[in-house]
Structures are given as C-alpha cells and as structure tokens.
Design a protein around this ligand. Structure first.
Ligand code: 6PG
Length: 254
C-alpha cells in the first residue's frame, strides 16, 4: 500500500455486507473497551446511505444484547438543513435503523440542530454541548472515543466538501456553511474535532467511490490533498478504513 501514514489500518472485504459486518464488530469492540475502561463511550455517527446497513447490524438483538448502549453518548458528525423527522435527516436515518432499537438513554442522544434559522448560533451551541460533555485531550479538544465517517465520490467526508472554507477551519469544532455543489446548508464537525478522536472508522463501499479511493491510497500527495477525506489524520488515535472490493478495485499494488 502506498500513500502517507494514514489510514493507519486498511481492511478490504469482498462484499459490502462483509465490510459492513467487519465494521459492526469493530464498533462493538470499541464501545465495549471504552465502557470497560472509562465507564462510557462517546461516539459520533456518520450520515449518508452507506451506514444504514451498519446501523441495522448493530441493532440486531444478538449484537445489541452484547453492547453496553446505556453507557453510550451519541452525537452526529454532520447534518442536513432539514427537520429531524425529515427523510433526508441523518438523525432520522440513524434513529430508524439503530437508536429506536437499542437501550440508549434518550438524554444521551444529541442530534445536530441543523434545522434552525440561525445556523451559526446553532453550530456554536452544539460545539458548546460537545465541549461540556466530551472529556478533552491534552490540547483541550473534546476527544470522541469513536467517530464514524463516510466518503463521497468527490472525496468529501462529513459535510467537509472540496474547495470550501470549512476545510481550513482550525479553531471552531462545529460549523455551518452553504455547500455550493449542493446549493444547501450543512452543519458539520471540522477537522480539529475529527482529528482529536481516539478512533476514526470509515466504511466506504461501491464502485462510485473507487476513483476517490485510488487517489486516497496513492502516493500522489498533490492529488490526495484535493480530497478532504485525506485530511482525516487523528494525531493520537487510530484511523481504520474498511472497504469492499468494488471501492478498492482501482488501488495500485495492493
Ligand atoms: C452526509 C454524509 C456524507 C456521506 C457521504 C457518503 O450527510 O451525506 O455525512 O459525508 O458520508 O456523502 O454518502 P453515501 O454513504 O450515501 O455514499
């Protein structure tokens, strides 16, 4: 495998189902280890469609019965500018596929307030909630035990899209911005928050991601730098990228 030191771990499985089950096992392990060592696990869920199968896996009784969901705090890595009961809401998707089916305390699920009129104030409120809830790392940045992230075909992750100012944010942990390519407002984690995590896990599947993955896994640092996904670099944590063969089919020399 060529490219920089990130991801720190790359896993390729034959099918989307195999890759999804691998990530479900990994997420379960991280939650169990975190709860057994600190009594809690703070996670941020990914949006989009790829994680739907993962959330349904985690909701299965044979898994949820072995996962200490009562000690888990759930946040969201990004959200669309829609109400929480809207079909496009990342919260709505996770609620239907997972959160309604596991014994998590409702007060420990913190959806992003991305449907407010004043999105910047809402982003600041969500950032303050994270600062008040999540223990900080030695630099004072809230340190999630696990952040799940997807990747778009253009190499975006969360709602950090190519050529947007949010990519260069170094102070704010949560921002809201108009994403030109979508023509829509989004609220999102920024890289200072993402890269403070103990564990970042990304599930990327499907042929539509193969081109971006081939760049991410290449040694062409200039091309990689154009893809926001390449900026996931948890300085004190692990970054595990899990793919199926469709998404990894264009990677050289694997
Ligand atoms: C979102 C996500 C976004 C997603 C990618 C991949 O709100 O859409 O946070 O970053 O992970 O766009 O989306 P798919 O999983 O649907 O391909």
């Amino acid at each position: 495998m060529t490219g920089s030191a990130y991801p720190t771990r790359v896993v390729i499985r034959k099918t989307q189902q195999d890759a999804t089950e691998f990530v479900a096992d990994l997420v379960q392990d991280i939650i169990c280890q975190s709860v057994s060592s600190t009594g809690a696990c703070r996670i941020a869920l990914a949006g989009g469609t790829t994680p739907h199968g993962l959330y349904k896996q985690l909701a299965r009784p044979e898994r949820s019965s072995k996962t200490p969901w009562r000690d888990v705090e759930v946040f969201f890595g990004d959200e669309r500018n829609v109400p929480h009961d809207h079909v496009e809401s990342n919260f709505h998707s996770a609620q239907r596929a997972l959160l309604d089916h596991v014994p998590i305390s409702p007060g420990r699920v913190c959806p992003m307030p991305a449907d407010c009129d004043d999105l910047d104030s809402a982003a600041q409120r969500y950032e303050q909630l994270i600062r008040d809830t999540i223990p900080a790392d030695p630099n004072g940045t809230p340190q999630f035990d696990l952040i799940l992230l997807g990747m778009g075909g253009d190499g975006h992750t969360a709602s950090l899209f190519p050529l947007t100012d949010a990519l260069g944010e170094t102070k704010r942990l949560i921002v809201s911005h108009m994403v030109p390519i979508l023509g829509r407002n989004r609220m999102t984690f920024t890289f200072p928050l993402i890269n403070a995590a103990r564990n970042v896990v990304s599930l990327v599947t499907g042929t539509d991601k193969a081109e971006a993955i081939s760049v991410i896994m290449s040694a062409d640092e200039k091309a990689r730098a154009a893809l926001p996904f390449s900026m996931i670099r948890p300085s004190g944590g692990e970054f595990c990228l899990v793919m199926d063969e469709s998404a990894s089919r264009l990677i050289d020399n694997i």
